[in-house]
Design a protein around this ligand. Structure first.
Ligand code: SF4
Length: 621
């Protein structure tokens, strides 16, 4: 098919064999690529119940249907069973790794387990397994420099020491600054002893309608690079988001206890403060990689160390506002540090913020922590904790696998551990936006801000959450579509425009309606797998206790995430109904799978319904 290599590479680390498989057109038509293709492979090849850190789990790097082809389409999607949640999980990342991988394969599957540390070297449509013992134990910055010495034109996905120690919140880092951060997917590579996947540039796949495609490419690039409508995005990227989040009561400040904070405080970590430290090289500003270029390098000096990093909102807000450290150089340094150690900045910040609250409440002290800790705002302690978590030493051994396991290990504080299904909340408190908490409650991977935002913006007390469910579903489909196509969500394409561009690439007629159907199919497929594993939707599609506490002040004062529990249940039921899932059990109906063009999943849907029904009955008093 045009736009694809029509080829998958499979590396079996146990046998040391590499094989190449054709990717059939009918699989592409059903699952598109990226997240869709990755979920399909994991569904088919990794049975529910598989231990994510065992050799039986697999790891997929999948490129999207448009990866590397249109402006702002740099995404690669990492997919595996998450060591943090045991759900099928994906985490997307940008920069050059995805487009380079697309020059060789549509997906790379890594399975089994190597005895010794290795890296995979992808070049000329082949994969070689190479010794990585000289890289094992090293941070990602040093690893990257050593790899670039040998392979100067390559891009790489790599892991840091946190993944090597199987931290369930470890990330995959790309070329030092981008990450597949969520779900602890880095630990899967760590368990397989894969230090890095190194990819040389390859050959871009052919496009079916090159003339029209090239014309549109140019038009979109010019529009996004120059239209004043997107000036704010181009100037600040996501770093101005804390201004808005703090103003409307959606920031994660002080472990989500003060979602509204004054502008002057938010300003210490946002927009112009970040810009003060910007040191963007000319080649980046004027290069043609992305017309928006939201992520910019900053250079800061912190405690005598000069570091360069590309910070964005989630990392700044979770390593700064959530922990109460409103000092940009310190937070930029923490961001650099978690990248070097290979840790999810969201989960790390969330877990440390929780510990700070524990200290403030007098629920833990120096005897258990091992050193004096003041609570929120203690930058010294935050730096120490990040390092201890990556090393699994002292209190770090308790915190290393995220907030849910930390509170369970200590046996206290779970009522203010802010996570869904074991994955930490990102930097958006849903009490400042009606129906948004339902997105967290029903997202495939746990608490993710990338699974749809209901619109228009209003407060939970402004009306029934159910009213905004159709908009959440529209947005949910949109996010799946961009993750299947490999396009960045910050690029202001309409979804109809993406369908048109995809049609020009493939030479086949794609409508938005058809793309939405594929999105719904992939979401339903993941839900069946997760239900056959451990998820009981009526019990697990829920939100943490903190979001039932009304906000203390600001414009959302008095709002919890929903008007009341019944408001939540009605909205959830409506969500299930509109998805074609069982209204009470939250599992896709067999006829829905048929309608979505996946009749081969009907039997599994029936089994999942049975399993969930039994679990619910067993849970009844
Ligand atoms: S908008 Fe930002 S995240 Fe998206 S492709 Fe451009 S630089 Fe990358």
């Amino acid at each position: 098919m045009y736009g694809y290599q029509n080829k998958i590479a499979r590396v079996n680390l146990t046998t040391g064999k590499v094989t190449y498989e054709e990717l059939p057109d009918e699989v592409i038509r059903k699952f598109i690529g990226g997240k869709g293709l990755g979920y399909y492979i994991i569904y088919k090849e990794v049975p529910p119940g598989t231990d994510p850190l065992s050799p039986a789990n697999k790891f997929v790097f999948a490129t999207g249907g448009l990866t590397g082809l249109i402006p702002g389409s740099s995404k690669v999607i990492a997919v595996s069973k998450s060591p943090e949640t045991r759900l099928i999980s994906d985490s997307a990342a940008g920069d050059f790794f995805g487009p380079k991988l697309k020059g060789h394969f549509d997906a790379l599957i890594i399975e089994g387990k190597s005895e010794e540390p290795v890296y995979l070297y992808v070049h000329d449509g082949k994969v070689e397994i190479k010794d990585a013992s000289h890289l094992w134990g090293k941070g990602t910055y040093e690893t990257a420099q050593l790899i670039w010495k040998e392979h100067p034109s390559a891009s790489m996905a790599m892991i840091g020491p946190a993944s090597e120690r199987l931290s369930r919140i470890a990330s995959v880092i790309y070329d030092t600054q981008r990450a597949s951060g969520r779900g602890g997917l880095g630990a899967v590579l760590g368990s397989k002893r894969v230090k890095a996947v190194v990819v040389e540039p390859g050959e871009r796949p052919k496009v079916a309608e090159p003339e029209e495609f090239q014309k549109l490419w140019q038009e979109y690039y010019e529009k996004f690079a120059t239209d004043p409508k997107y000036a704010d995005q181009r100037t600040y990227g996501t770093t101005s988001a804390l201004w808005w989040a703090a103003e409307v009561g959606m920031s994660p400040s002080y472990n989500f206890t003060r979602p509204h904070i004054p502008f002057e405080l938010a300003d210490k970590l946002a927009g112009n403060e970040v810009k003060k430290y910007e040191v963007e090289p000319e080649w980046y500003i004027h290069g043609k990689s992305c017309p928006i270029k939201c992520a910019r390098y900053v250079e800061v000096e912190y405690k005598g160390r000069k570091i360069r990093v590309k910070p964005e909102y989630e990392s700044i807000a979770m390593l700064g506002a959530a922990t109460g450290v409103f000092d940009f150089p310190a937070v930029a340094y923490f961001n650099w540090l978690v990248n070097d150690l290979g840790m999810d900045s969201i989960a790390t910040g969330n877990t440390i913020a929780w510990l700070f609250e524990m200290v403030e409440r007098g629920l833990i002290g120096e005897d258990e922590i091992g050193f004096p800790l003041k609570g929120f705002g203690d930058a010294e302690a935050e730096e120490r904790l990040i390092k201890l978590m990556a090393e699994r030493k002292g209190i770090g051994a308790i915190l290393a696998d995220g907030v849910k396991r930390a509170c369970e290990r200590l046996g206290r504080g779970c009522e203010f551990a802010v996570h869904v299904k074991g994955m930490e909340s990102p930097a958006w408190d849903p009490r400042g936006r009606r129906t948004f908490a339902l997105s967290y409650a029903t997202a495939d991977v746990g608490a993710s801000h990338m699974r749809g935002w209901p619109f228009p913006h209003s407060l939970p007390n402004d009306g029934p959450a159910k009213e905004l469910v159709p908009s959440l579903i529209e947005e949910r489909d949109g996010r799946y579509i961009t993750d299947m196509l490999g396009v960045c969500d910050f690029l202001p394409y309409t979804k109809e425009e993406l369908a048109h561009l995809y049609s020009l690439v493939t030479g086949e007629e794609w409508t938005l309606e058809e793309l939405r159907k594929r999105a719904q199919a992939v979401e339903s497929m993941a839900r069946i797998h997760n239900a056959l594993d451990w998820v009981t939707p009526p019990l697990d599609d829920t939100i943490p206790p903190r979001w039932w506490e009304p906000e203390p002040d600001g414009p959302a004062k008095g709002n919890a995430a929903f008007i009341d529990y019944n408001d939540f249940l009605e909205a959830r039921r409506e969500f299930y109904r509109l998805r074609g899932w069982h209204e009470e059990l939250g599992v896709p109906l067999p006829e829905t799978m048929e309608k979505l063009g996946l009749p081969e999943f009907k039997e599994d849907a029936e089994r999942a319904l049975e399993v969930v029904k039994k679990r619910v009955e067993a849970n009844q008093p």
